[in-house]
Design a protein. Sequence first.
Length: 158
Amino acid sequence: MTNVIIIFIHLLAAGVALGSLIYCLLVYLPVVEKNISERDENSPSYKILDLLAPATFASILILIGSGVYFLLENYSAQVGLKPGYYNLFGIKMLFVALAFFPSMYVTFSLRIQIADLDLNPGNKKLVAKTLKKMIGLSRMTLWMLVITLFLGIWLARY
């Protein structure tokens, strides 16, 4: 029963992370960007990225936590795995790290540069460049999570 709950939490976090990234980056932002000539701290682009970054980061943390817990809970069942499982698992963990660190950077560094414009008015000229960097790193996070998802599906076949 515990495995079912862990897997459900893992899949739910993956769905939230991928679903929110896909919707925001591939559906919402292209429509909003057509009508806006300039990006600033009040633009819909920043508002959605301000909500997206922490949600994605929390989902990735839940993915990592539930995955590690599942591995620790089922360590005795890993004896009969096919050769090459751990090689593929290592590649998957590389892509997890490539999704985790940009998400952390967007959440805790880039988002803060725009959020504290009252305290640092000099950052106002950096808003457009920072938003562009946030969108680019969020797209990178999306692709890393998609690759991780496919590697996870492949590993489930072992």
